[in-house]
Design a protein around this ligand. Structure first.
Ligand code: COA
Ligand code: AMP
Length: 635
């Protein structure tokens, strides 16, 4: 017997043009497309070719024109600034965005120009994103936890005309000056922006550079509101940099037309929300979850979105999420499992939940990392509402696998994000690109073409796009996740197949951390692996082999490399532990056995690979792990 999910899924693969063409009717087009799908330049597939749109128009103006002007579009809730709560109606947000778009235009920003946004979780970050989209320009938001060097790399790649930033961000108990990081990044970068706009926050004012920096309030006071500029549906809306297998991040591009169609479709069909509902993604605008589900998805759908400048715990305690759900009438919450593990650790019996009225709360969605069955059970039993794990990536912009709650909720199987979402033709293959039997683990791949919303390419790097995603499994997109599909079509995502680790729902490259460690003058060789962590899921730890004759203490060298990672990548790397060892385990051909080291740390069953060059090196690794407190490791 079929259901609405089965029907939608089958149609999305058999008649993608009919399926997505219909979904596209939910979007306002300045000019309708000539072709829903264009494969004339495969593998660079395009959706809605010939169409003209504006994403900001669909997110704001359309709702104001359609009678939603007085509805809350955005609620900013900031416990870290003394419990500030500020609501913007659709009309107010549209007016602010139009004005800031005018300010950007007066600084020279036009269609196709890039604007880098390096901001904390303040409404102005969203205003800047939408204002950029309004002008048909391309934003690139950089997460605030990245250091100057990472920001500089992104500035050089995106070559922004303008950078929008703030004087500071606020973490639980400290103010982080952003401006010195921005100035340092501009100094390091080869590309220099024409101008910067700086939001001065009262917690810490920044010194402005004459002739380059402009005060946010000052430019807003004099700006003329700008209208939406229609752009080609296939023009880029944004670039979001994400960790690749080298230290150079990949500039993932998402376009305007297909991206809007997919996100708008997802709101009702995956998340089961209606216009007017309150939708909260507790993430950061610096991540893809923030782009898709703090900003674009909810606003395209006419929902109220929440911007939360705080943490699940410590601002002030583990009741923060329940307070927000209750005070702002949140219907659907989307966050990462790590947030729930943090809450569970502080309030294991969920006593604080009982203080709040959560009766209007419908569902919790989790993504960013696998939802472990313990966290799933804890959330389900305490909330008494469906808890839905779903799987996606920066590259996809929306879920590849989910329980599509608006189509047909399936029974949940712990450890699985349920089934492939309509549009995604998911397969599991072996190293020779042959489909494996159901239940067998292999590489999870997606048959081309990818649906609307997914990346059409990497910014200025078509070759890298093909090489990173399409070359290894011809005809498929490589997700770089390994897993299996069971006999009922449930997908299980088990591990990455590359050097990416997942730290508190953030994606990090161990290769990038190794590049920093290797730059230390005393380090001859190094390896970084992600080991299991009760709250963050994984954390990176480093192994260092020192150059011959280094007489300095290991403690000093470890402290220095920890400082270097914080300085060069940023606090977000959460790199706190490293150990000096005599040697690294390697195969006879010289490949470092990182997987074996990780399994030893996590006390997982492992076989010593027969190709290992010198098995005695593993004793030193085990002892180092014991010293670092990994009790699972054998002495
Ligand atoms: N600007 C500057 N520094 C930042 C930052 C920002 N925007 N965001 C995080 N940092 C810093 C933190 O202060 C911390 O610094 P520290 O090493 O001095 O303590 C470091 O970066 C690591 O941050 P994080 O990994 O977030 O750890 P945490 O201990 O502060 O918080 C959690 C842990 C689980 C509570 C938090 O990661 C969380 O709420 N995660 C769930 C939501 C989420 O962001 N999901 C992402 C995708 S859905
Ligand atoms: P990011 O691009 O930062 O969103 O990270 C994407 C990666 O996070 C995926 O490739 C997976 O490795 C992991 N991931 C995200 N969501 C899930 C999930 N629900 N289950 C398992 N892994 C996930």
């Amino acid at each position: 017997m079929t259901n609405r999910y089965d029907e939608a899924y089958t149609r999305s693969l058999q008649d993608p043009e009919g399926f997505w063409g219909e979904a596209a009717d939910d979007i306002h087009w300045h000019k309708r497309w000539d072709k829903v799908f264009d494969d004339s330049n495969a593998p660079f597939y395009r959706w809605f070719v010939g169409g003209k749109v504006n994403t900001c128009f669909n997110a704001l103006d359309r709702h104001v024109d359609g009678g939603r002007g007085e509805q809350a579009a955005l609620i900013y809730d900031s416990p870290v600034t003394g419990n500030t709560v500020k609501t913007f109606t659709y009309r107010e947000l549209r007016d602010q965005v139009a004005r800031f778009a005018g300010a950007l235009r007066s600084l020279g920003v036009g269609p196709g120009d890039r604007v880098v946004i390096y901001m904390p979780m303040v409404p102005e970050a969203i205003v800047a994103m939408l204002a950029t989209a309004r002008l048909g320009a391309v934003h690139s938001v950089v997460f605030g936890g990245f250091a100057a060097g990472e920001l500089a790399g992104r500035i050089d790649d995106a070559q922004p005309r303008v950078i929008v930033s703030a004087s500071c961000g606020i973490e639980v108990n400290r103010v982080i000056a952003y401006k010195p990081l921005l100035d340092g990044a501009i100094e390091l970068a080869r590309h220099k922006p024409d101008a910067c706009v700086i939001l001065q926050r009262p917690q810490e004012k920044a010194a402005l550079v004459d002739g380059r920096d402009h005060d946010w309030d000052a430019v807003m006071a004099t700006a003329e509101p700008a209208d939406c500029v229609p752009v080609a549906a296939t023009d880029p809306l944004y670039i979001l940099y994400t960790s690749g297998t080298t230290g150079t991040p990949k500039g993932v591009v998402h376009d305007n037309g297909g991206h809007m169609v997919a996100l708008k479709w997802s709101m009702r069909n995956i998340y089961d929300v209606e216009p007017g509902d309150v939708y909260w993604a507790a993430s950061d605008v610096g991540w893809v979850v923030g782009h898709s589900y703090i900003v674009y998805g909810p606003l395209l759908h006419g929902c109220t979105t929440i911007l939360y400048e705080g943490k699940p715990v410590g601002t002030p305690d583990a009741s923060a999420f329940w307070r927000i759900i209750s005070e702002h009438g949140v219907n659907v919450l989307f966050t990462a499992p790590t947030a729930f593990r943090a809450i569970k650790r502080e309030d294991p019996d969920a006593k604080l939940m009982g203080r709040y009225d959560l009766s209007h709360f419908k569902m919790l969605f989790l993504a960013g990392e696998r939802t472990d069955p313990d966290t799933l059970a804890w959330a389900e039993s305490n909330l008494g509402k469906p808890v839905v794990d779903h799987w996606w990536q920066t590259e996809t912009a929306w879920a590849i696998a989910a329980n599509c709650m608006g189509l047909h909720p399936f029974p949940i199987k712990p450890g699985s994000p349920t089934k492939a979402v309509p549009g995604w033709d998911v397969h599991v293959v072996d190293a020779d690109n042959n489909e494996v039997e159901s239940g067998t683990i292999g590489a999870i791949v997606i048959k081309l073409p990818l649906p609307p919303g997914a990346l059409p390419t990497l910014w200025n790097a078509d070759d890298r796009f093909v090489e990173s995603y399409l070359a290894e499994f011809p005809g498929y997109y490589k997700t770089a996740d390994a897993g299996c599909i069971d006999g009922d079509g449930y997908i299980y995502v088990m591990a990455r197949t590359d050097d990416i680790i997942n730290v508190a729902g953030h994606r990090l490259s161990t290769g990038a951390i190794e590049e920093v460690l290797a730059a230390h003058a005393d380090v001859a060789e190094c390896a970084v692996v992600g080991v299991a962590d009760g709250i963050k899921g994984q954390v990176p730890i480093g192994f260092l082999v020192l150059k011959a004759g280094v007489g300095r203490s290991s403690e000093d060298i470890v402290a220095e490399v920890v400082g270097m990672v914080r300085e060069r990548i940023g606090p977000v790397a959460a790199f706190r532990q490293a150990a000096v060892v005599e040697g690294l385990p390697k195969t006879r051909s010289g490949k470092i056995l990182r997987g074996t080291m990780q399994k030893i740390a996590d006390a997982e069953d492992h076989k010593i690979p027969p190709t290992i060059d010198d098995p005695t090196v593993l004793d030193g690794i085990e002892q180092a792990l014991m010293r670092l407190g990994y009790a699972g490791a054998r002495p």
